[in-house]
Design a protein around this ligand. Structure first.
Ligand code: SF4
Length: 369
């Protein structure tokens, strides 16, 4: 599976590269790491919240949410007891809302147990905690020798070792984890920062978009990808599935200074959040009028037509939208809210364009998407 680097090819073998990695990497990290709030604490609760927020989300986007979240829920017990609407409101705009629900489910388990699990397996048993997150928390909060492998780490690993295996293959990920695990440092202070250091290298030097910044890299002398000129073409990711495209028509239905909202189902994508009423398919104005009538409403004045796209992990929404004045009540489970009511509800950022349109039409100043 792995490329064999013979001595006549180069002095570097995968084994040698990995064994030599921690020294320069940790020294570089101690000098150059960004000062991030979750790096100033060993509190497992705070580290856990940061790791969940950082899943699929950039550091810059997380910082404000992290501070507000911990102000509102300073302990695992406070999070366990939080009203769901409050939790969702604080998460609004961060996306992947199941993360917030799982955080609370896990907080309830930890609060009931009275102590945070301090092993990889114990952490892995918590809702929303996968192998990467369990490894990251176990090492940073508890000083355990557990490697954490995500896309950043796979990129660095394949470039360093000039490995052309498909990183979408779970076997490859497991093999990388095992090999990194074997070279994790022994000293507790080093263990706590090893995974962070690899992440930091991936975020700031061996970057995902654009060429790697090899001239600034602390491990460039070890890097076969740089030496052989293959780094930029790595990692190889073959089995990326196409996203499913779903067409939708979204309605910003206005009635006497209020807009219609409804709650999404309790399970599935964006579960339990508020949304503008919508139907499947890209409807023209005539068909859209029929859809509005089917809800028991009468269209009065069509205001605007707005197209928007939102990309989730496995699905892409292509949305045709209509803002219109309507008369009637609509289904009993809808709510008609004013600008303040809209601002108080957690509406996912998939609807940002329609949210902004509704706020504008309702005369609300605050657009908090
Ligand atoms: Fe990445 Fe370049 Fe460093 Fe190799 S030398 S790990 S390609 S930044």
């Amino acid at each position: 599976m792995w490329y064999n680097h013979t001595m006549c090819d180069t002095e570097l073998t995968t084994e040698k590269i990995l064994q030599s990695l921690p020294g320069p990497l940790l020294a570089w990290y101690r000098e150059n790491a960004r000062d991030l709030p979750w790096r100033r604490t060993a509190d497992p609760y705070r580290i856990w919240v940061s790791e969940i927020m950082l899943q699929q989300t950039r550091v810059a986007a997380v910082l404000g949410y992290y501070a507000r979240f911990l102000d509102a829920f300073p302990s695992v017990e406070a999070l366990a007891a939080a009203p769901e609407e409050h939790l969702m409101k604080l998460w609004e705009g961060l996306g992947y809302y199941s993360r917030a629900r799982n955080l609370q489910k896990a907080a309830k388990i930890v609060a009931a147990q009275g102590t945070f699990p301090n092993t990889f397996q114990g952490l892995l048993a918590l809702p929303g905690v996968g192998e990467y997150t369990a490894g990251a928390i176990a090492s940073a909060a508890f000083g355990r020798r557990e490697a954490a492998v995500d896309g950043n780490v796979l990129r660095i690993f394949t470039r360093l070792t000039d490995c052309h295996d498909d990183i979408a293959d779970p076997k490859v990920k497991r093999a990388v984890r095992d090999q990194l695990q074997a070279v994790m440092p022994e000293r507790e202070a080093d263990i706590r920062i090893f995974n962070q250091a690899t992440m930091e290298l991936g975020a700031t030097v061996c970057v995902p978009n654009g060429p790697p910044r090899c001239e600034r890299c602390p491990v460039r002398a070890l890097c076969l990808g740089r030496i052989r000129g293959t780094a930029e073409s790595l990692p190889v990711k073959r089995s990326k599935k196409e996203r499913r495209v779903e067409e939708k028509t979204v309605f910003v239905l206005l009635r006497q200074g209020r807009v219609a909202l409804r709650k999404r189902p309790d399970t599935g994508l964006l579960a339990g959040l508020w949304e503008f009423p919508n139907v499947e398919g890209a409807l023209d104005e005539a068909a859209a009028g029929q859809a509005v009538a089917a809800w028991g409403l009468t269209p009065k004045a069509w205001r605007s037509r707005l197209w928007a796209k939102h990309i989730f992990t496995h699905v892409e929404w292509h949305m045709t939208g209509y803002a219109l004045e309507a008369a009637g009540h609509g289904p009993p489970d809808w709510e008609w809210v004013d600008g303040a009511g809209l601002a108080a509800r957690a509406v996912p950022s998939a609807f940002a364009r329609y949210y902004a349109q509704a706020m504008e039409r309702l005369g609300g100043a605050e657009i908090n998407q």
